[in-house]
Each structure stands twice: as structure tokens, then as C-alpha cells.
Design a protein around this ligand. Structure first.
Ligand code: NDP
Length: 480
């Protein structure tokens, strides 16, 4: 059984207290590796190492820093297949998805910021004939990066790469539910020649290892992606210590389909935006609003396609729907399906676990589920389920669609399907959401601001937004 190690001060080490947590393979429902149950002492060591590494890392030349991060990106590419298999096994996601989305994106996160750091400039303002201001942006110190289980290496590296590129050192914690690729990354960091202490990876539970990172007085900024309740807790802990905070939290994203949409495109993409990664992407559209003129046609075709979707072994070639990530999550999703029925919803397809055979018989598989007939304000339509469950609802007017779409406490992403360019801009403008996709979904450009409004978070990741978060600006004003 693989025993995962922490990566502290350039070395792979056991947790200080020697305790381990079971790591389950979701497709089999069995323990297949052990995760360090790290605590305060491990975090303390990691922060010490990061503090010691900071002066020299923050002063490395841009060329040198860029070269090391590019080397890491190349190593991820060279190990793509191994990492994709590990991600699929650890998370339950289809191997193909890990191979074509998760791991390539982790590679690109490092190369993007490795090259980006060479172009990161700051402002200068000529105030009058005799006064000029210029702003410097310098690395801050030790960054704490905490990430969730749904896109493990993808989101882990999305934080670490800009933090390192900006010249900070890092103490990071992946989700305890999916630690494997972060562990493999630590091996690649050693191979890439990343100086000791520049990146430290501490494995363990959120309440112990995660909390110790957030509380540590020498961790000056926290970049967190995860649930809104955890984000709230982190904000409460970090705010009185005046730490910089970036919080990417939950969502309940609307997918609005107008009568005049390109029907085939809307249908095809909605299948993906509903069920990719078993619906466990913070950007998935879980509330589908369809204009009345095409409601029945869309519903019937959508349900027919969903009913035909095959749920299978994540590691098998061709599988598009794998297992959900853990037993508690499996139970939570099925609990929401039950709730939806109690709230008056009708399950049009799915709504139950998929019983697999052989060594997958204990796995956490759920049929993709479509529900209609629910009220807008019911819990099923308000709370984040984060699984392969979507609701359908008809609407008549643009105003009605907007009221539904904006009617939750979340505001991460929204999708709109229409051929009317004026309506597209109008609706995009009125959606209370950090990201709007028109006639597409999950098309990403790493330069764009990424994040949500309302309870979906505070701050933005991506491009210069990330580089600004991980640096402190200082303005110098000169009279001459
Ligand atoms: P959690 O909030 O449960 O956990 C996220 C991370 O925080 C994990 O590493 C977790 O550790 C850690 N953690 C938990 N408690 C604490 C604590 N008290 N102090 C410090 N760290 C802590 O989220 P999930 O992992 O369940 O991820 C799913 C959520 O993430 C969904 O709500 C989803 O919407 C959101 N998400 C948001 C995205 C965005 O960009 N806005 C993108 C992807 C997901 P551990 O798991 O080891 O206990």
C-alpha cells in the first residue's frame, strides 16, 4: 500500500506524530493508500522551511525562476499518463478527462505563470510636471494554498504556480480526499531542482493541517478553493490577523436556454455542463432554465440522451461518467435526490445509485439525474449538490429567466444560449455572476479573471489578478 509523504524543506517525510488516514479508491470503495495525518507540528516545520527559503527565492532572477517552473511544467507533461491514471484512481473521474483536461491544465498552469512572470509590470503615473509616482509589486512571504478534491492537481497548481512565480514560498494542502497527484508533484519538484523549502506540501485533514496553515502567524496570505462554509470559517480565522485572502467558493450555476438558441449545440454542451466530472465541477450548470417554446422538445431529447449515458469504470478507455469522489459525498447526493422528491420534484431519469459488478461493486456510482417540477426557492434549487443532478424549469420572459438565475446566494458562473446578440450582451450584463459563458461552457483563457460574486467568493484568480494577489504594491512618489 502506498504511503504518501509530506514534502517539507525539499524532502519527502513522514508526519511528525506518525499517524495516517485511509485513502479510498472511489470506484472500488476500498482503501488503497495512506495519507499523513499532519497537524500543527508539521505545518510549523513547513512554514519554517518556507520562511528560510523566501529571501533567496524572492530574489532569484526572473530567468531562473521562470526556468525552474518551466522545467516543472515539462516534467508534468512527461509524466502525463502516470499522473492521469493516479488522478482517475484517486478521484473516480474518467481517465480520459484526467488525460485531456486535468493534467494538461496543471502543466499549463506552471508554464503560463512561468512565462507570465517575465511580463508582469507595474504602473507609473506622471502627476504633474514635477511629480511622478511609480508602483512596485514585490513578493510577500509565505503563502498558504488550500484546494479541494474535484479537480485535484488542476486547482492545486492553479494556486501554487502564481504564488511561486510572484516570488513567494508556499505551504500547500491538497484535499485529504484526493492527495495522490499532489504527492507525485512533490517528487517532480525535487527532480526539477526546485530549491528546498520553496514549496512545501502538507497532507492531512482540513480541521487540523488546513486550520494550522490558516492560523499560522507567518503565513501572510491564504488562497483557498472549497465550500462556502469552510470559506466562512477561514475568513473568520484569517481576517483578524489581517491576512490577504482569496476565496473561491461554491456555486449553483444557471444554464439559460432561449427559444432561439442553436438547439443541437445547446443540447450537446448542456450534457457536458451538467455531468462532466460527475457534475463535480464548481462551474457545472445545475439549474437549467428553458424558454417555454422549446421546453418540451429540449426536455425530452435531453432526458433521452442522459438516460443513454453509460456510467463505467473510470480507468476504462471510453468511460465518460465515473464514480463520485467518496462515500459521504455519494450519500449526500442521494440525500438531495430524496429531498427533491419530498419537495415535489419528479425524477425524469436516474435518481439512484448504479450497481456495478465485480471489483467495482462497492464503488460510489450514481446515475445522471434530471428532475423537474420544483419550485425556485426549494432547497434543491438553492443549495449546492455538487453531483450528477440537474433540475429543469420553463420560463417565458428574459426578466423571468434573470430573476431565477440571480435568485440564489451564489454567483459563480452562468451559461446563456441565444442567437440574439443584443440579448446576449443584455443578459450577460444583468447576471450576478463572476463568469458568463454565451453559447459555450468551460472555455478557459488563463488570462481572464476567475471567481465569483455573493457567497461564491472574494477576489479573483487567473492572469494578472493572481499575480497581484500574491504581491504587495508599494507606491513611490518623487518630486523633482
Ligand atoms: P471543502 O471546503 O470541504 O474543502 C476544501 C479544502 O479545505 C480541503 O483541502 C479541506 O481539507 C480544507 N479544509 C476543510 N476545513 C478546513 C479548515 N477549517 N481550515 C482550513 N482548511 C480546511 O470543499 P471540498 O473539498 O468538499 O470541495 C468542494 C467545494 O469546492 C464545492 O463547494 C465547490 O463548489 C467548491 N469549489 C469551488 C471552486 C471555485 O473556483 N469557486 C472550484 C472547485 C470547487 P480536507 O478535505 O482534507 O478535509
Amino acid at each position: 500500500m502506498i504511503e504518501i509523504r509530506n514534502y517539507i524543506n525539499g524532502e519527502l517525510v513522514a508526519p511528525a506524530k506518525g499517524g495516517y488516514i485511509d485513502n479510498y479508491e472511489p470506484a472500488k470503495g476500498k482503501v488503497y493508500s495512506l495519507i499523513p495525518d499532519s497537524g500543527e507540528e508539521d505545518v510549523k516545520r513547513a512554514v519554517e522551511a518556507a520562511k528560510e527559503a523566501f529571501p533567496s527565492w524572492s530574489e532569484t532572477s526572473l530567468d531562473e525562476r521562470s526556468a525552474i517552473l518551466l522545467r516543472l511544467s515539462e516534467l508534468i507533461d512527461q509524466n502525463l499518463e502516470r499522473l492521469a491514471e493516479a488522478e482517475s484512481r484517486d478521484n473516480g473521474k474518467p481517465l480520459k478527462l484526467a488525460r485531456t483536461v486535468d493534467i494538461p491544465r496543471a502543466r499549463d498552469n506552471f508554464s503560463f505563470f512561468a512565462t507570465g512572470l517575465r511580463h508582469f509590470a507595474s504602473e507609473s503615473h506622471r502627476t504633474s510636471d514635477h511629480v511622478i509616482n511609480y508602483t512596485t509589486r514585490k513578493a510577500i512571504g509565505v503563502a498558504g494554498c488550500i484546494s479541494p478534491w474535484n479537480l485535484p492537481l488542476y486547482l492545486f497548481s492553479w494556486k501554487i504556480a502564481p504564488a511561486l512565480a510572484a516570488g513567494n514560498t508556499v505551504v500547500a494542502k491538497p484535499s485529504e480526499v484526493t492527495p495522490m497527484t499532489a504527492y507525485l508533484l512533490s517528487e517532480l519538484c525535487i527532480e526539477a531542482g526546485l530549491p528546498a523549502g520553496v514549496l512545501n506540501i502538507v497532507h492531512g485533514l482540513g480541521g487540523s493541517a488546513g486550520n494550522a496553515i490558516v492560523e499560522h502567524p507567518d503565513v501572510k496570505m491564504i488562497s483557498f478553493t472549497g465550500g462556502t462554509t469552510t470559506g466562512e470559517h477561514i475568513a473568520r480565522t484569517a481576517a483578524p490577523k489581517f491576512k490577504k485572502l482569496s476565496l473561491e467558493l461554491g456555486g449553483k450555476n444557471p444554464n439559460i436556454i432561449f427559444d432561439d438558441c442553436n438547439f443541437e449545440e445547446a443540447l450537446k454542451t448542456s450534457l457536458r455542463s451538467s455531468f462532466a466530472n460527475q457534475g463535480q465541477i464548481c462551474l457545472c450548470g445545475s439549474r437549467i432554465y428553458i424558454q417555454r417554446g422549446i421546453y418540451e422538445k429540449f426536455r425530452d431529447t435531453f432526458v433521452e440522451k442522459v438516460a443513454a449515458m453509460k456510467v463505467g469504470d473510470p480507468l476504462a478507455e471510453g468511460t465518460k461518467m465515473g464514480a463520485v469522489v467518496s462515500k459521504p459525498h455519494f450519500e449526500k447526493i442521494l440525500g438531495y435526490v430524496k429531498l427533491a422528491q419530498e419537495e415535489g420534484g419528479t425524477v425524469l431519469t436516474g435518481g439512484h445509485a448504479e450497481q456495478m459488478e465485480g471489483d467495482l461493486s462497492e464503488g460510489y456510482f450514481i446515475r445522471p439525474t434530471v428532475i423537474e417540477g420544483l419550485d425556485e426557492k426549494c432547497r434543491t434549487n438553492q443549495e449546492e449538490i455538487f453531483g450528477p443532478v440537474v433540475t429543469l424549469q420553463p420560463f417565458d420572459t428574459e426578466e423571468e429567466a434573470l430573476a431565477y438565475a440571480n435568485g440564489t446566494e451564489y454567483g459563480l458562473a452562468a451559461t446563456v444560449w441565444t442567437q440574439d446578440v443584443s440579448r446576449a450582451h443584455r443578459v450577460a450584463d444583468k447576471l450576478k455572476s463572476g463568469i458568463v459563458w454565451i453559447n459555450c461552457w468551460l472555455v478557459r483563457d488563463l488570462r481572464t479573471p476567475f471567481g465569483g460574486v455573493k457567497n461564491s467568493g472574494v477576489g479573483r484568480e487567473g492572469g494578472w489578478e493572481a499575480m497581484r494577489f500574491f504581491t504587495e504594491p508599494k507606491n513611490v512618489c518623487i518630486k523633482y
